[in-house]
Ligand binder design. Structure first.
Ligand code: SAM
Length: 310
């Protein structure tokens, strides 16, 4: 597993007048006609090592079914794992700099989504309010689906306010009503005294006989209790801020069908891509940090292609 430190340029340099952005506009297709010639097949099934804005600009319109992004959270620090892997999350121009960076990319993602598509943006209390307004503006407030609360328990306790132990995932449809959504089940029923029958199905006794509950648990709401990856988790790759596969599994199973295309443009260690591959979705990933890309590629190579569906 790669562990060397690497300085990356993205947040500090992604300003419209920065070299990285002007390179984008001069080298990338400048017209719809150029874009139309692109074929998604050239891009999918790969982890691209690039500034994601450059990659997005190369992709044709309306080709993705689900986009999940987990961008830097504006922690104003260099994110570092115990293994030494790092990525930059410092923004010299403050919140306006961060918003400019994200806005350009959200506009592109909106263009790339199919009409049945959805976007999921994973952030936390530092920028959630800014990002919600930006998504309202770019996607339209009417396309809002959910503010998913990912609740977890990690070490560290605040003494001056309640400990901040959740992240927020903002979900929007490209076109509400045409978007793909499959309700998911999980967790345990709150009903006291449930019995389990011979086949493992939960039920309670009522005056009219047995009232059965779904064996997979209740329908999920927008608050998800999923454990944070422990330091000894088998899933751990050593990349900082790696997210649990269980979280991405819910998002992907709810928002796509087998064979759909899932993209993660801030893919880090490749969690989204790994789940997409394992569940029979097409996928494409991008990260500007070569260390992340190496980890993600290695992780994906270890996953067998799922058998073709009959
Ligand atoms: C929070 S991490 C993603 C972690 C990932 N969800 C996982 O499970 O491993 C954010 C990632 O965004 C990447 N990043 C930041 N700016 C980027 C840009 N302009 N283009 C591509 N990747 C970028 C960073 O290198 C970092 O790996």
């Amino acid at each position: 597993m790669p562990s060397g430190k690497q300085q990356i340029t993205t947040p500090q340099s992604s300003h419209p007048t920065d070299p990285i952005s002007s390179q984008a506009s001069s080298q990338r297709p400048s017209s719809e006609t150029d874009n139309d010639r692109c074929v998604l097949d050239d891009f999918e099934g790969r982890v691209h090592c690039d500034d994601n804005l450059l990659l997005m600009r190369e992709l044709p319109d309306a080709v993705l079914n689900l986009v999940y992004i987990d961008p830097p959270f504006m922690t104003n620090s260099v994110r570092q794992s115990s293994h030494g892997a790092t990525y930059e999350d410092r923004w010299s121009g403050g919140i306006e700099h961060y918003k400019r960076f994200l806005r350009e990319r959200l506009v592109q993602i909106h263009r790339l989504l199919r009409t049945d598509g959805t976007i999921h943006v994973h952030i936390d209390h530092r920028v959630a309010h800014h990002v919600r307004l930006m998504l309202d503006e770019i996607f339209g407030a009417k396309q809002f689906l959910n503010e998913i609360i990912w609740s977890y328990r990690t070490g560290g306790v605040a003494s001056r306010w309640f400990s901040r132990k959740h992240d927020t995932i903002l979900a929007y449809a490209k076109v509400l009503g045409e978007h793909t959504f499959h309700p998911q089940r999980g967790g345990t029923y709150r009903t006291d005294g449930l019995n389990i029958d011979e086949t493992g199905r939960p039920f309670k006794n009522t005056t009219k006989g047995r009232l059965y509950f779904h064996a997979d648990g209740p329908t999920l709401t927008d608050v998800w209790d999923i454990p944070f990856l422990s330091t000894v988790s088998r899933e751990r790759t050593g990349y900082p801020t790696q997210k649990p596969e269980a979280l991405l599994q819910r998002i992907i199973l709810a928002g796509t069908n087998a064979g759909d295309v899932v993209a993660d443009f801030f893919c880090g260690s490749g969690t989204t891509l790994a789940v997409a591959k394992r569940t029979g979705r097409k996928w494409l990933g991008c990260d500007c940090n070569s260390e992340a890309v190496a980890i993600a590629r290695e992780r994906l190579a270890r996953i067998e292609n799922p058998p073709e569906s009959p």
